[in-house]
Design a protein around this ligand. Structure first.
Ligand code: MOS
Length: 755
């Protein structure tokens, strides 16, 4: 597979349908999640969280809690002063989670940590901690008194703007002016946000689900004010992350508790605490104005958003960065505003920016198609472009319309009656809707160690992340292909910060970042073996080492000579082992060092100087709305994606299907309800936080449109972690409009909104 850059020809790489190498371990329970890791004689921690949303803690009465049998320690701001440093929030800005302050920023904030001999003892004592507050009236969300709104201060340059959108809108013959909103959402991963910390002298090991091993290590060391070399983070399997599991302040607090207790401490927070101790998707309001010619060409694009955040942090997702790039348009104006409320600082949750903002844009595009009397697919076709409208750079590749066309055919779009309310089946109104999916393509620095033995077995090691997406299998495929081995002859080690460092698994960069590092290490292994072979008394003596390949357990050349691995590797010893780092093209040389310091460096999307790097897709949804009850069902989804080289089509299919279902969930079910008086979440449990079950999702078809992208990165991998969810919410809303003639601009769409 060798080529000039050592990465092989993107057109012939991957696409290996492979069942999960860790599948058996997962279904037999052998796979260890963080809280499953055994530690010796642990104590158990339980969190005390604030019951007010705004104010100060004036005192604790701990007498009753301390009297509970087996209680070892109770950490509060009154007794941890100076022992831990405050670490920043998800955007690097101020945090709303610090154990070292009397300040209450939001309801459910961690204000104490009870440690006891048993989980039950810790829980009982936590409930007996008596907290006195000086409470103030909180502002919960949009519409409350006392909010503070300010324009976002973009770090990466100004919000996309071009031409004169207001003037073009004023003279546009066809116009759409609409406001949309999306609700608060929480990840609700099956695995809770657990942390176990164990000290061995000055060395601390933490078992915690992490999407960013070396970041968690750096952040925890910072929190404990110790050298990162003394911290090891282990996270071999994660039971769902979605952006919610990564460096966070809790790790250092549990480690401090373990140090004070003189034994390991295990924290398993409750489901409801998961709603307030980790990141979440904040609610948005959006305003979209589109101007178009009578034949559907966009002449004016305006998209402005308002996002809720905490009092001290300006965290926001700024999704108009993406929406402004979707369609050709000469006049663009975008803006994002942060609205400070008495809430936790939000954070990453799958496709943080695109999920809410593409709902606004893709709903508005459907409204425009309707106003024009034009098919929604044709409207996208007329405005399709191979050039990023905000920068003028070419897209590295863009097969949006292929996605629309293939999914439309499979879906049977031609049977759609564009006039709303015209399609019936029995007591049900039927509606068809579609929308664009997209996600920026990112890549970051990663390192890997690859060791190939004379026994024909390889070990691949890197501090990468199995967040449920099939990363172990993707790495096994990469190495088996590059080293010419069977999948079963490759062992992949990940999830340990002692392994070679890897950038955060976020922004859908994981497959691209890690596959490049592993491929590079494998290529160096091949090269070392080949170099030795041409110098030795071998069939390749005096030949060109670049022409030697590892195929099916043999070293071969292009003239039919071959040698088994036992001999080829054996001449260098029992194993050939290489450590390789890959810093993607265009990134500064110090990028890897930044990653190791916990500053997740990535390149991609609209931030590149040479191309604009995005993956595209299209969702088609059929809904049924009951004539009288207005019950909404979605019997069918067909979604197509063009996302570059696919390493494992089986895993990609599952990931994209899961994304589409999550999009359906966002459209019809999910919302975290906020009690406006107390600024507390009302449905912080699995019974009341509604997600689809199998009966809600009868058929989801996924089409993977083949795409060879030679510009996005050497292996042509775009990544498919997040694109599946994007736009599906709008496709559902557009189908509901087609069924009923009612345009629902505020998610989720529930029966009562259609009465
Ligand atoms: Mo994704 S929200 O970058 O884990």
């Amino acid at each position: 597979m060798a080529s000039a850059d050592g990465f092989g020809d993107p057109a012939t790489l991957f696409n290996r349908p492979t069942t999960r190498v860790d599948g058996v371990a997962k279904v037999t329970g052998a796979a260890r999640y963080a809280a499953d890791e055994p530690v010796t004689h642990p104590a158990y921690a339980y969190l005390v969280v604030s019951t007010i949303a705004r104010g100060r803690i004036t005192g604790f009465n701990l007498a009753a809690a301390q009297a509970v049998p087996g209680v070892i320690d109770i950490l509060t701001f009154q007794n941890v002063g100076g022992q831990i440093a405050t670490t920043p929030g998800p955007d690097g800005g101020p945090t709303t989670t610090s154990l070292d302050t009397d300040q209450v920023w939001y309801a459910g904030q961690i204000i104490g940590l009870v440690v006891a001999d048993s989980f039950e003892g810790a829980r009982e004592a936590a409930h007996k901690v008596d907290v006195a507050y000086a409470a103030e009236t909180p502002s919960a969300t949009f519409g409350a008194a006392g909010l503070k709104s300010e324009p976002q201060k973009p770090k990466k340059g100004p919000n996309p703007k071009k031409g004169d959108a207001a003037k073009a809108y004023a003279s546009a013959p066809v116009r759409i002016d609409a406001k949309y909103s999306t609700p608060t959402q929480h990840h609700n991963a099956l695995e809770l946000f657990t942390t176990t910390a164990a000290w061995d002298g000055d060395q601390m090991t933490v078992f915690e689900g992490s999407q960013y091993m070396v970041g968690s290590k750096a952040n925890t060391a910072k929190g404990l004010k110790i050298d990162p070399i003394d911290v090891r983070v282990v996270s071999r399997f994660i039971g769902g992350a979605f952006g919610g599991k990564g460096p966070n302040p809790r790790t250092a607090w549990v480690a401090l508790a373990a140090k004070r207790a003189g034994r390991p401490v295990k924290l398993v927070p409750t489901r409801d605490q998961g709603f307030t101790i980790a990141t979440y998707r904040a609610e948005t309001q959006q305003h979209v104005r589109l101007g178009a010619t009578k034949d559907g060409r966009l002449t004016s694009f305006y998209h402005e958003g308002w996002e809720i955040t905490s009092r001290p942090s300006a965290y926001n997702v700024a999704g108009a960065e993406t929406t402004a790039r979707m369609y050709a348009c000469e006049n663009i104006a975008t803006g994002v505003n942060v609205v400070h409320a008495d809430r936790a600082t939000p954070g990453f949750m799958r496709a943080p920016a695109e999920t809410p903002y593409m709902f606004g844009l893709e709903s508005a595009m459907d409204e425009l198609a309707h106003a024009l009397g034009m098919d929604p697919i044709e409207l996208r076709r007329i405005n399709d472009t191979q050039t990023d409208p905000t920068t003028g750079l070419p897209f590295s590749s863009r097969h949006l319309m292929d996605c629309f066309d293939q999914a439309a055919t499979r879906f049977g779009w031609s049977r759609r009656n564009p006039k709303p309310g015209m399609m019936h089946e029995g007591d049900w109104l039927v509606g068809y809707g579609c929308a664009t999916a997209c996600y920026p393509t990112n890549i970051g620095p990663a390192a890997a160690r690859v060791s190939l033995g004379a026994d024909g077995k390889a070990v691949v090691g890197l501090a990468a992340h199995e967040i449920g997406t099939g990363a172990y299998t993707a790495m096994a495929i990469t190495a088996s292909q590059a080293l010419g081995l069977k999948i079963t002859d490759v062992t992949v080690l990940m999830g340990d910060s002692d392994l070679p460092p890897v950038v955060i698994a976020g922004g859908s960069n994981n497959a691209a970042s890690t596959s490049h590092a592993v491929a590079k290490a494998c290529e160096a292994v091949r090269d070392k073996i080949a170099q030795a072979a041409v110098k030795a008394d071998s069939p390749f003596k005096g030949g060109d080492p670049a022409k030697l390949k590892l195929v099916a357990g043999q070293l071969i050349d292009d003239t039919g000579h071959s040698e088994d691995l036992k001999t080829a590797v054996g001449r260098l010893g029992s194993r050939v082992e290489i450590y390789a780092e890959n810093t993607p093209q265009g990134m500064p040389p110090g990028a890897m060092a930044s990653v190791e310091k916990g500053q997740a460096a990535m390149s991609g999307g609209g931030g590149r100087k040479d191309v604009s790097a995005f993956a595209f897709g299209a969702h088609f949804v059929e809904v049924r709305v009951h004539d009288r009850t207005r019950e909404i069902r979605a019997p069918r989804i067909v979604s197509a994606f063009a996302a570059g080289n696919i390493i494992n089509p089986i895993a990609a299919h599952s990931q994209l299907m899961g994304g589409a279902i999550w999009g359906l969930s966002a459209a019809l079910f999910e919302a975290t309800e906020i009690d406006r008086t107390h600024a507390r979440y009302a449905n912080n449990n699995f019974a009341d936080y509604i997600v689809p079950v199998n009966a809600d999702v009868p058929s989801v078809e996924i089409i993977i449109v083949p795409e060879t992208d030679t510009r996005v990165n050497p292996l042509g991998v775009k990544g498919i972690g997040e694109i599946g969810i994007v736009g599906c919410n709008a496709a559902v809303a557009n189908a509901v409009f087609n069924a009923t003639g009612k345009r629902i601009r505020d998610l989720p769409i529930r029966a009562e909104k259609l009465l």
